[in-house]
Design a protein around this ligand. Sequence first.
Ligand code: NDP
Length: 286
Amino acid sequence: MAQLMDGKAISEAVRKRIRQEIEALQEEQGITPGLAVVLVGEDSASEVYVKNKEKACEEVGISFELFRLSASITQQELEETICSLNEREDIDGILLQLPLPGKLDSDRVVSLIRPDKDVDAFHPENIGHIMRGDFFFLPCTPAGIMQMLRESGINPTGKRCVMVGRSDIVGKPMAMLLLHADATVTICHSKTENLAQICREADILVSAVGKAGFITSDMVCPGAVVIDVGMNRNAEGKLCGDVDFESVEPIASYITPVPGGVGPMTVAMLLQNTLVAAKRHGGITV
Ligand code: NDP
């Protein structure tokens, strides 16, 4: 039986520390970190994610401002919104909720966010820092996973790690963080041949595919650490990950549940990035 990596409990501890730091920042420097979230259109999943972020900000004392824009907004109007937020001194972090509807060009909009306010770390400049390993904004989901590994006493150094998925927001930065931690990393994707065999070689297996039940027990080496990033709905409409939990949990050494695993850690890292941005804007060394 695997040990559960409780993202909810670990993220609560992180949030508590952030709340204390923000209280001190307010008392000693008069600084309240501010986060602006730009939400375009009416995607129901995005609505839930934004609500979660708002609640988390309120809990730790980050001032949260939602910019709700119509799906009919033009590219230029959206870009102007970002540029105006770049100018506002009370806003330390800007988050563009993805995906954008219609033909709006998200890459272009993200590249307009000032890098020092890019708390999702999606701006090309921040991606470059993640590649080099000298970043100050954490890529939220990968950083949350690294924190969970640390808290569970799992050191990736020298370990064989397999990342299934190569997206810009999860797969690639996760592989980079594992590489920076001196793991031997393989990145897999939809064109990978012999996927099950490669996955079976993993000491640490991370899945970010977006398909319920994708990772089955025959893809997991007994004793492996299994990290499930996926957020999917099963046939009954219930939230689930990529991993077939029932068959994999008995053979893994550690496993993240969905919900209550990687998801809460991602939000905690966003709060952490907003705090870092506020400190930097306040001239405080981080
Ligand atoms: P993307 O759709 O951008 O990427 C999915 C990746 O999976 C792609 O690289 C794709 O390969 C790969 N893939 C698809 N099918 C296969 C296959 N049959 N075999 C091997 N690889 C395959 O998704 P994201 O990275 O944005 O998200 C992945 C999942 O993680 C989603 O469920 C998402 O909701 C969730 N998520 C959860 C977060 C959290 O906080 N818990 C945060 C972000 C995402 P290819 O590149 O070749 O197409």
